[in-house]
Write a protein that binds this ligand. Sequence first.
Ligand code: MSS
Length: 366
Amino acid sequence: ASAAKPLPAYAAWKQPDAMIVHSANTIETRREAFGSGVVTPLRQLYVRNNLPPPDESIVADRDAWVIEIAGVAKPMSLSVGQLKSMGLQTLAMVLQCSGNGRGYFPNKPSGTPWQVGAAGCVIWSGLPVSVLVEHCGGLSAAAVYMTGTGGEKLPDGLDPNMVMVERSVPKEAMRDALLAWELNGEPIPLAHGGPLRLIVPGYTGVNSVKYIKRLAFTEKESPAAIQQTGYRLAPPGQKGDPTQPSVWAMGVKSWINTPNPAASTLKAGRVVVQGVAFGGTNGIKQVEVSTDGGKNWRKAELVGPDLGRYAWRQFALPVELAAGEHLLVSRATDTEGRVQDEERPQNSGGYINSSWRDHGVAVVVQ
Ligand code: MSS
Protein backbone atom coordinates (compact mmCIF):
# COMPACT_ATOMS: atom_id res chain seq x y z
CA ALA A 1 0.00 0.00 0.00
CA SER A 2 1.19 3.53 -0.74
CA ALA A 3 1.90 5.80 2.23
CA ALA A 4 -0.99 7.98 3.40
CA LYS A 5 -0.78 11.55 2.08
CA PRO A 6 -0.29 14.24 4.75
CA LEU A 7 -2.96 16.83 5.49
CA PRO A 8 -2.30 20.12 3.63
CA ALA A 9 -1.24 23.11 5.75
CA TYR A 10 -4.64 24.88 5.64
CA ALA A 11 -6.29 21.73 7.04
CA ALA A 12 -3.43 20.54 9.26
CA TRP A 13 -5.72 20.92 12.30
CA LYS A 14 -7.92 18.00 11.13
CA GLN A 15 -7.66 14.69 12.97
CA PRO A 16 -5.30 12.69 10.71
CA ASP A 17 -6.55 9.20 11.59
CA ALA A 18 -10.16 10.24 10.87
CA MET A 19 -9.44 11.41 7.33
CA ILE A 20 -8.60 9.97 3.91
CA VAL A 21 -6.45 12.55 2.10
CA HIS A 22 -7.21 12.03 -1.61
CA SER A 23 -5.37 15.24 -2.53
CA ALA A 24 -4.65 18.67 -1.01
CA ASN A 25 -8.14 19.77 -2.09
CA THR A 26 -10.14 16.59 -1.41
CA ILE A 27 -10.14 15.20 2.13
CA GLU A 28 -12.73 12.60 3.18
CA THR A 29 -14.05 11.49 6.58
CA ARG A 30 -13.47 7.77 7.23
CA ARG A 31 -16.74 5.85 7.57
CA GLU A 32 -15.69 4.56 10.97
CA ALA A 33 -14.82 8.10 12.13
CA PHE A 34 -18.36 9.54 12.03
CA GLY A 35 -18.96 8.43 15.61
CA SER A 36 -22.46 8.44 17.07
CA GLY A 37 -23.10 12.11 17.80
CA VAL A 38 -25.47 13.93 15.46
CA VAL A 39 -23.14 16.86 14.74
CA THR A 40 -19.89 16.17 12.86
CA PRO A 41 -16.93 17.68 14.77
CA LEU A 42 -14.93 20.09 12.61
CA ARG A 43 -11.72 18.07 13.01
CA GLN A 44 -13.54 15.22 11.23
CA LEU A 45 -15.43 17.22 8.59
CA TYR A 46 -14.50 16.62 4.93
CA VAL A 47 -12.95 19.32 2.75
CA ARG A 48 -13.43 19.88 -0.96
CA ASN A 49 -11.99 22.79 -2.92
CA ASN A 50 -12.24 23.26 -6.67
CA LEU A 51 -9.49 25.89 -6.48
CA PRO A 52 -6.79 26.15 -3.82
CA PRO A 53 -8.17 28.13 -0.85
CA PRO A 54 -7.27 31.83 -0.51
CA ASP A 55 -4.49 32.97 1.81
CA GLU A 56 -5.11 32.61 5.56
CA SER A 57 -4.85 36.43 5.79
CA ILE A 58 -8.49 36.75 4.65
CA VAL A 59 -9.61 35.53 8.08
CA ALA A 60 -7.30 37.87 10.04
CA ASP A 61 -9.98 40.59 10.29
CA ARG A 62 -13.20 38.71 9.62
CA ASP A 63 -15.61 41.59 10.21
CA ALA A 64 -13.83 43.63 7.54
CA TRP A 65 -14.63 41.15 4.72
CA VAL A 66 -16.96 42.82 2.20
CA ILE A 67 -19.69 41.25 0.10
CA GLU A 68 -21.37 42.94 -2.84
CA ILE A 69 -25.15 42.48 -3.21
CA ALA A 70 -26.62 42.84 -6.71
CA GLY A 71 -29.89 42.13 -8.49
CA VAL A 72 -31.87 43.87 -5.76
CA ALA A 73 -33.71 47.21 -5.69
CA LYS A 74 -30.85 48.84 -3.75
CA PRO A 75 -27.53 47.19 -4.64
CA MET A 76 -24.89 47.67 -1.96
CA SER A 77 -21.69 46.42 -0.41
CA LEU A 78 -21.74 45.30 3.21
CA SER A 79 -19.05 44.14 5.61
CA VAL A 80 -19.42 41.02 7.75
CA GLY A 81 -19.52 43.40 10.73
CA GLN A 82 -22.58 45.10 9.22
CA LEU A 83 -24.27 41.79 8.36
CA LYS A 84 -23.90 40.77 12.02
CA SER A 85 -25.96 43.79 13.08
CA MET A 86 -28.82 42.92 10.71
CA GLY A 87 -30.05 39.55 11.91
CA LEU A 88 -29.19 36.06 13.10
CA GLN A 89 -30.36 32.54 12.38
CA THR A 90 -28.84 29.15 13.17
CA LEU A 91 -29.51 25.96 11.26
CA ALA A 92 -28.24 22.40 11.18
CA MET A 93 -27.60 21.03 7.71
CA VAL A 94 -26.08 18.11 5.90
CA LEU A 95 -23.18 19.44 3.85
CA GLN A 96 -22.57 16.83 1.18
CA CYS A 97 -20.41 16.96 -1.92
CA SER A 98 -22.27 16.35 -5.19
CA GLY A 99 -19.84 13.50 -5.87
CA ASN A 100 -20.18 11.74 -2.51
CA GLY A 101 -20.57 8.01 -3.34
CA ARG A 102 -18.79 8.39 -6.71
CA GLY A 103 -16.40 5.65 -5.58
CA TYR A 104 -19.22 3.11 -5.98
CA PHE A 105 -19.77 3.81 -9.69
CA PRO A 106 -18.30 0.73 -11.40
CA ASN A 107 -17.18 2.67 -14.51
CA LYS A 108 -14.90 4.93 -12.40
CA PRO A 109 -15.98 8.42 -13.53
CA SER A 110 -13.21 10.99 -13.32
CA GLY A 111 -13.23 12.95 -10.07
CA THR A 112 -12.54 11.95 -6.49
CA PRO A 113 -13.75 8.40 -5.69
CA TRP A 114 -15.49 9.47 -2.49
CA GLN A 115 -17.17 6.71 -0.51
CA VAL A 116 -19.55 8.01 2.21
CA GLY A 117 -17.28 10.61 3.81
CA ALA A 118 -17.71 13.71 1.64
CA ALA A 119 -20.53 14.69 3.99
CA GLY A 120 -21.19 15.89 7.50
CA CYS A 121 -23.98 17.35 9.60
CA VAL A 122 -22.99 20.78 10.86
CA ILE A 123 -24.48 23.92 12.38
CA TRP A 124 -24.23 27.31 10.67
CA SER A 125 -25.02 30.74 12.10
CA GLY A 126 -25.46 33.87 10.05
CA LEU A 127 -27.86 36.30 8.43
CA PRO A 128 -30.90 34.90 6.58
CA VAL A 129 -30.62 35.87 2.91
CA SER A 130 -34.34 36.77 3.01
CA VAL A 131 -33.64 39.44 5.66
CA LEU A 132 -30.76 40.78 3.58
CA VAL A 133 -32.95 41.00 0.48
CA GLU A 134 -35.59 42.89 2.40
CA HIS A 135 -32.91 45.30 3.63
CA CYS A 136 -31.92 45.85 -0.01
CA GLY A 137 -35.48 46.74 -1.04
CA GLY A 138 -36.44 43.36 -2.51
CA LEU A 139 -35.39 41.38 -5.58
CA SER A 140 -35.07 42.97 -9.00
CA ALA A 141 -37.99 42.03 -11.24
CA ALA A 142 -35.79 40.04 -13.61
CA ALA A 143 -34.33 37.76 -10.91
CA VAL A 144 -34.59 34.02 -11.58
CA TYR A 145 -31.44 32.70 -9.90
CA MET A 146 -29.40 33.35 -6.77
CA THR A 147 -25.77 33.44 -7.85
CA GLY A 148 -22.84 33.34 -5.41
CA THR A 149 -19.21 34.10 -6.30
CA GLY A 150 -16.25 32.64 -4.42
CA GLY A 151 -13.52 34.98 -3.20
CA GLU A 152 -10.54 33.03 -4.54
CA LYS A 153 -7.80 34.95 -6.31
CA LEU A 154 -7.91 33.62 -9.86
CA PRO A 155 -4.75 32.49 -11.62
CA ASP A 156 -3.42 35.08 -14.10
CA GLY A 157 -3.77 34.55 -17.82
CA LEU A 158 -6.80 32.27 -17.72
CA ASP A 159 -10.36 33.06 -18.77
CA PRO A 160 -12.05 33.71 -15.39
CA ASN A 161 -15.12 31.75 -16.53
CA MET A 162 -12.99 28.62 -16.87
CA VAL A 163 -11.78 28.70 -13.27
CA MET A 164 -13.96 30.76 -10.98
CA VAL A 165 -16.28 29.17 -8.45
CA GLU A 166 -19.61 30.86 -9.15
CA ARG A 167 -22.83 28.90 -8.74
CA SER A 168 -26.45 29.72 -9.46
CA VAL A 169 -29.44 28.08 -7.81
CA PRO A 170 -33.15 28.80 -8.34
CA LYS A 171 -34.02 31.98 -6.40
CA GLU A 172 -36.56 29.96 -4.36
CA ALA A 173 -33.55 28.34 -2.64
CA MET A 174 -33.01 31.62 -0.78
CA ARG A 175 -35.93 30.69 1.49
CA ASP A 176 -33.76 29.20 4.25
CA ALA A 177 -30.36 30.28 2.89
CA LEU A 178 -27.84 32.04 5.12
CA LEU A 179 -24.78 34.19 4.79
CA ALA A 180 -22.92 32.40 7.57
CA TRP A 181 -19.94 33.45 9.66
CA GLU A 182 -20.02 30.68 12.26
CA LEU A 183 -19.75 26.89 11.97
CA ASN A 184 -20.41 24.57 14.94
CA GLY A 185 -20.14 27.59 17.23
CA GLU A 186 -16.76 28.80 15.92
CA PRO A 187 -15.79 31.43 13.37
CA ILE A 188 -15.81 29.48 10.06
CA PRO A 189 -12.29 28.11 9.46
CA LEU A 190 -10.73 29.13 6.14
CA ALA A 191 -10.95 25.51 4.95
CA HIS A 192 -14.74 25.66 5.24
CA GLY A 193 -15.23 29.09 3.69
CA GLY A 194 -14.55 31.70 6.35
CA PRO A 195 -14.93 34.59 6.86
CA LEU A 196 -18.32 34.37 5.08
CA ARG A 197 -20.08 31.52 3.31
CA LEU A 198 -23.34 31.16 1.44
CA ILE A 199 -25.34 28.24 2.87
CA VAL A 200 -28.01 26.70 0.64
CA PRO A 201 -29.66 24.06 2.82
CA GLY A 202 -30.83 20.87 1.13
CA TYR A 203 -28.58 21.48 -1.90
CA THR A 204 -25.27 19.72 -2.61
CA GLY A 205 -22.03 21.21 -1.28
CA VAL A 206 -20.92 22.98 -4.45
CA ASN A 207 -23.89 25.33 -4.18
CA SER A 208 -22.74 26.62 -0.77
CA VAL A 209 -20.07 29.04 -1.98
CA LYS A 210 -17.13 29.66 0.37
CA TYR A 211 -15.46 33.04 1.05
CA ILE A 212 -18.36 34.60 -0.80
CA LYS A 213 -17.59 38.03 -2.25
CA ARG A 214 -20.72 38.64 -4.33
CA LEU A 215 -24.34 37.55 -4.08
CA ALA A 216 -26.42 38.46 -7.11
CA PHE A 217 -30.02 37.77 -8.10
CA THR A 218 -29.62 37.14 -11.78
CA GLU A 219 -31.77 36.56 -14.82
CA LYS A 220 -29.40 33.89 -16.17
CA GLU A 221 -27.27 31.17 -14.67
CA SER A 222 -23.61 32.03 -14.12
CA PRO A 223 -21.46 31.85 -17.29
CA ALA A 224 -18.77 30.03 -15.28
CA ALA A 225 -17.83 26.55 -16.50
CA ILE A 226 -18.58 25.16 -13.02
CA GLN A 227 -22.21 26.13 -13.70
CA GLN A 228 -22.55 25.69 -17.46
CA THR A 229 -20.83 22.34 -17.99
CA GLY A 230 -19.66 21.21 -14.54
CA TYR A 231 -22.05 19.58 -12.05
CA ARG A 232 -24.52 18.54 -14.75
CA LEU A 233 -26.28 15.19 -14.93
CA ALA A 234 -24.83 14.13 -18.29
CA PRO A 235 -25.77 10.73 -19.71
CA PRO A 236 -22.93 8.18 -19.38
CA GLY A 237 -20.15 8.85 -21.88
CA GLN A 238 -21.31 12.42 -22.58
CA LYS A 239 -19.92 15.79 -21.54
CA GLY A 240 -21.84 18.20 -19.36
CA ASP A 241 -23.88 20.91 -21.09
CA PRO A 242 -26.40 23.54 -19.98
CA THR A 243 -29.42 21.59 -21.32
CA GLN A 244 -28.88 18.84 -18.72
CA PRO A 245 -30.15 19.14 -15.13
CA SER A 246 -27.80 20.99 -12.79
CA VAL A 247 -26.78 19.27 -9.55
CA TRP A 248 -28.91 21.17 -7.05
CA ALA A 249 -31.20 19.64 -4.39
CA MET A 250 -30.10 16.44 -2.66
CA GLY A 251 -32.13 13.24 -2.62
CA VAL A 252 -33.11 10.86 0.19
CA LYS A 253 -30.08 8.96 1.43
CA SER A 254 -28.82 6.87 4.34
CA TRP A 255 -25.90 4.64 5.11
CA ILE A 256 -24.60 2.46 7.92
CA ASN A 257 -21.49 3.58 9.81
CA THR A 258 -21.21 0.67 12.27
CA PRO A 259 -20.56 -2.19 12.28
CA ASN A 260 -17.79 -1.59 9.81
CA PRO A 261 -15.35 -4.28 8.76
CA ALA A 262 -12.61 -1.65 8.40
CA ALA A 263 -12.81 -0.96 12.12
CA SER A 264 -13.20 -4.37 13.78
CA THR A 265 -13.81 -8.09 13.35
CA LEU A 266 -17.25 -9.22 14.45
CA LYS A 267 -18.17 -12.04 16.81
CA ALA A 268 -21.52 -13.80 16.40
CA GLY A 269 -24.26 -12.33 18.57
CA ARG A 270 -25.89 -8.97 19.09
CA VAL A 271 -24.63 -5.87 17.29
CA VAL A 272 -26.19 -2.45 16.97
CA VAL A 273 -26.48 -1.35 13.35
CA GLN A 274 -26.16 2.44 13.32
CA GLY A 275 -26.00 5.10 10.67
CA VAL A 276 -27.34 8.39 9.36
CA ALA A 277 -30.28 9.34 7.13
CA PHE A 278 -31.35 12.61 5.50
CA GLY A 279 -33.88 13.80 2.99
CA GLY A 280 -32.15 16.76 1.33
CA THR A 281 -34.82 19.44 1.52
CA ASN A 282 -37.15 17.24 3.63
CA GLY A 283 -36.88 15.62 7.02
CA ILE A 284 -36.74 11.85 7.61
CA LYS A 285 -39.83 9.78 8.37
CA GLN A 286 -38.31 6.33 8.76
CA VAL A 287 -35.28 4.16 8.17
CA GLU A 288 -35.36 0.41 7.51
CA VAL A 289 -32.41 -1.94 7.91
CA SER A 290 -31.77 -5.27 6.22
CA THR A 291 -29.10 -7.80 7.17
CA ASP A 292 -29.62 -9.89 4.03
CA GLY A 293 -28.89 -7.39 1.28
CA GLY A 294 -32.44 -6.04 1.00
CA LYS A 295 -34.59 -9.20 1.05
CA ASN A 296 -36.09 -8.57 4.49
CA TRP A 297 -36.38 -5.18 6.18
CA ARG A 298 -36.96 -4.07 9.77
CA LYS A 299 -37.69 -0.57 10.98
CA ALA A 300 -34.80 1.04 12.85
CA GLU A 301 -35.26 3.49 15.70
CA LEU A 302 -34.50 7.16 15.05
CA VAL A 303 -32.21 8.23 17.88
CA GLY A 304 -30.68 11.46 19.11
CA PRO A 305 -31.92 15.01 18.72
CA ASP A 306 -33.92 16.06 15.66
CA LEU A 307 -32.11 19.18 14.45
CA GLY A 308 -34.64 19.97 11.74
CA ARG A 309 -35.44 19.05 8.16
CA TYR A 310 -31.98 19.80 6.73
CA ALA A 311 -30.04 17.81 9.34
CA TRP A 312 -29.45 14.08 9.30
CA ARG A 313 -31.10 11.72 11.76
CA GLN A 314 -29.18 8.94 13.41
CA PHE A 315 -30.75 5.51 13.38
CA ALA A 316 -30.04 2.33 15.31
CA LEU A 317 -31.27 -1.25 15.23
CA PRO A 318 -29.94 -4.05 17.45
CA VAL A 319 -29.70 -7.29 15.44
CA GLU A 320 -28.45 -10.83 16.07
CA LEU A 321 -25.84 -11.89 13.55
CA ALA A 322 -24.89 -15.55 13.10
CA ALA A 323 -21.46 -16.65 11.90
CA GLY A 324 -21.09 -16.15 8.16
CA GLU A 325 -21.32 -13.31 5.67
CA HIS A 326 -24.01 -10.63 5.79
CA LEU A 327 -24.75 -7.63 3.62
CA LEU A 328 -26.08 -4.83 5.83
CA VAL A 329 -28.07 -2.11 4.05
CA SER A 330 -30.31 0.78 5.09
CA ARG A 331 -33.12 2.53 3.25
CA ALA A 332 -34.60 5.89 4.28
CA THR A 333 -38.02 7.47 3.60
CA ASP A 334 -38.54 11.23 3.86
CA THR A 335 -41.50 13.08 5.34
CA GLU A 336 -43.15 13.25 1.92
CA GLY A 337 -42.91 9.51 1.40
CA ARG A 338 -40.00 9.56 -1.05
CA VAL A 339 -38.01 6.33 -0.63
CA GLN A 340 -34.23 6.13 -1.07
CA ASP A 341 -33.32 4.71 -4.50
CA GLU A 342 -32.01 1.19 -4.84
CA GLU A 343 -29.81 2.02 -7.84
CA ARG A 344 -27.42 4.88 -8.52
CA PRO A 345 -28.47 7.46 -11.16
CA GLN A 346 -26.19 6.71 -14.11
CA ASN A 347 -24.35 9.89 -15.14
CA SER A 348 -20.88 10.56 -16.44
CA GLY A 349 -19.81 12.77 -13.54
CA GLY A 350 -20.63 10.21 -10.86
CA TYR A 351 -22.90 12.67 -9.06
CA ILE A 352 -25.67 12.29 -6.45
CA ASN A 353 -25.28 8.60 -5.69
CA SER A 354 -27.99 7.79 -3.14
CA SER A 355 -28.22 4.07 -3.96
CA TRP A 356 -28.91 2.00 -0.84
CA ARG A 357 -27.41 -1.03 -2.53
CA ASP A 358 -24.11 0.73 -3.29
CA HIS A 359 -23.79 1.91 0.30
CA GLY A 360 -24.19 -1.53 1.89
CA VAL A 361 -21.62 -2.88 4.34
CA ALA A 362 -20.46 -6.48 3.86
CA VAL A 363 -19.47 -8.08 7.17
CA VAL A 364 -17.92 -11.46 7.96
CA VAL A 365 -18.99 -12.72 11.39
CA GLN A 366 -16.86 -15.29 13.21
N1 MSS B 1 -16.70 27.49 -2.66
C1 MSS B 1 -15.61 28.06 -3.19
N2 MSS B 1 -15.47 29.41 -3.13
N3 MSS B 1 -14.63 27.35 -3.79
C2 MSS B 1 -14.74 25.98 -3.89
O1 MSS B 1 -13.83 25.38 -4.45
N4 MSS B 1 -16.08 23.97 -3.48
C3 MSS B 1 -17.45 23.53 -3.30
C4 MSS B 1 -18.13 24.19 -2.11
N5 MSS B 1 -17.95 25.61 -2.11
C5 MSS B 1 -15.89 25.35 -3.37
C6 MSS B 1 -16.86 26.17 -2.72
C7 MSS B 1 -17.63 22.05 -3.20
S1 MSS B 1 -17.64 21.14 -4.63
C8 MSS B 1 -17.97 21.45 -2.02
S2 MSS B 1 -18.45 19.81 -1.97
C9 MSS B 1 -18.06 22.24 -0.75
O2 MSS B 1 -17.64 23.58 -0.93
C10 MSS B 1 -17.17 21.56 0.31
O3 MSS B 1 -17.25 22.29 1.51
P1 MSS B 1 -16.24 21.94 2.70
O4 MSS B 1 -16.51 22.96 3.75
O5 MSS B 1 -16.62 20.55 3.23
O6 MSS B 1 -14.84 21.91 2.20
MO1 MSS B 1 -18.64 19.14 -4.13
O7 MSS B 1 -20.35 19.33 -4.58
